[in-house]
Design a protein around this ligand. Sequence first.
Ligand code: 2P0
Length: 354
Amino acid sequence: APEGQWVLMATGRSPTNIAVIKYWGKRDEALILPVNDSISVTLDPGHLSATTTVAVSPSFPSDRMWLNGKEISLSGGRFQSCLREIRKRACEFEDEKKGIKIKKEDWEKLHVHIASYNNFPTAAGLASSAAGFACLVFTLGKLMNVKEDYGELSSIARQGSGSACRSLYGGFVKWCMGKKDDGSDSLAVQLADETHWNDLVIIIAVVSSKQKETSSTSGMRDTVETSPLLQYRAQTVVPSRVLKMEEAIKNQDFESFAKLTCADSNQFHAVCLDTSPPIFYMNDTSHRIISLVEKWNQSEGTPQVAYTFDAGPNAVLIARNRKTAAVLLQKLLYYFPPQDKDLSSYLVGDKSIL
Ligand code: 2P0
C-alpha cells in the first residue's frame, strides 16, 4: 500500500464436505433454496480444503479475486450476494496502535482483494465450491468484524453455493431446507462435532480426473424441470430418511448409516437418470466399485463400508474403522491396480485423505 495507507487482512481455511443425504434440486434458483434437507460429513481441515486470505485497503480501487494464483471475475451474482450480505453486517473496527479505524458505513466504500487456494487439484473433479464459498464468507466475516453466528453465516455461504453452507461446521451437519420464501431459515446446523464417531475413515477413490460434463447447477435445474421421481424423493423419501440418518449418527449405528448413505446416493443417481435428457455421473468403474462394496458387505452379514457418489464418477468410501479401511484399500488396489493416469491416485485418511 502507498505510504500512510494500510492493509488489513484475515486468513481462514475450510474443508469440503461429503453429503450422505444428498442435496439435488432448488425451489429458488437465485437464493439457492433446496427442495429437501441434506446431511453431510465435513472432512478434516488440512485435506480437500480451501485457504483464503481477504484484504481490505483504502488503496484498492476495486474488488478483485485470485483463485489458485489466477485472477477470476467477481462479477457473478453468487460472489456479489456473498459480498453484499457480509458488507451489510460489517461492524466498526479499531486498532489504536496501528491508527486504523473503520466505521460501519466505511465498509461499503472499501474494496477487497481475495486470494484463495485449494490444496487439492481442482481438475480431480472433487467439490471445490463448497469449501471455497464457506471459506470466503467466514474469512470476510472475520475481516469485517461481523458478529453473526455460524448459522447466519451458513445462510450467506448458501447463496454462494448450496453445499457450502454445510462446510461452516465440522463433524456431522444438516442443511435445513427452511420454509420461508426469503431463505432466512435455510441454513446449516451441526448435528455432532468433529470428535463424534471418530472411528470412521473416508477414502476417496479418484476414478477420473476429467472435469464433469454436466455442472451441478444446470443438472439440478434440468432435474427439477423434468424428473417426476424427484417429487417423490424430496417429499416422501428424504424427510423420513433424514430422521433415520440423524438417529444413526447419534447412536453411531454403522449398519443403518451405511444402508441410508448407499441408498441415498443410488436414488440421487436414479433421479439424474430420470432427468430428460438423462444425466450420467457414474461410469463403469464407479459401478464396479459399488458391486465390490455390496458383495463384501453381503458376505460379512453387516456393512463394512458405505459408498456415495456426487456429480462425478469418483467414489467416496466410508469405512467403519481403520482396520476395515486397510482391507478396503487392499481390495481397491487389487481390483483396480493403479496403472493408467485415471486410476493413479487414492486419497486416503482419517475422516479424510492422506
Ligand atoms: C450435495 N451435490 O449434497 C450434492 C450431491 C452434488 C451431489 O451439492 O448450484 O455445487 O452451487 O448450489 O452445491 C453440488 O451442488 O450446487 C452438490 P449449487 P452445488 O453435496
